[in-house]
Design a protein around this ligand. Structure first.
Ligand SMILES: [Zn+2]
Length: 107
């Protein structure tokens, strides 16, 4: 069984990389997660996947073919964006702390 890599940020776990295809979470039943192709609407793609979530990992159970090629660069882009968002979030938090400590010191 293949292990699939979630490509979402910590706060937004709704995308996964399955064989280089970016999939979006559709629904969840018990430990089963159902995914559809991110390009479903754009390309009328019927690519779907089912994974089991065990031991903190997504294991591929079922996979249907896409009508287009896998796009690993797209997965990379999403991962980079998520990383950026997380770093921006952390920077924001630090900024808030700095402001709060300055305000606390000035009162
Ligand atoms: Zn597809």
């Amino acid at each position: 069984m293949d292990i699939c890599e979630a490509v979402s940020s910590i706060r937004n776990k709704n995308k996964i990389n399955i064989h280089g295809y970016l999939m979006v979470k559709d629904k969840k039943r018990n430990n089963s997660y159902y995914w559809y192709c991110k390009k479903r609407d754009q390309l009328r793609c019927n690519g779907r996947a089912t994974t089991m979530f065990t031991k903190n990992q997504y294991h591929l159970v079922k996979f249907t073919d896409h009508n287009h090629a896998a796009d690993a660069s797209q997965v990379k882009v999403v991962k980079s964006l998520n990383l950026l968002k997380e770093q921006a979030q952390q920077t924001n938090d630090q900024l808030v702390q700095v402001i709060q400590s300055v305000l606390a010191g000035s009162s």
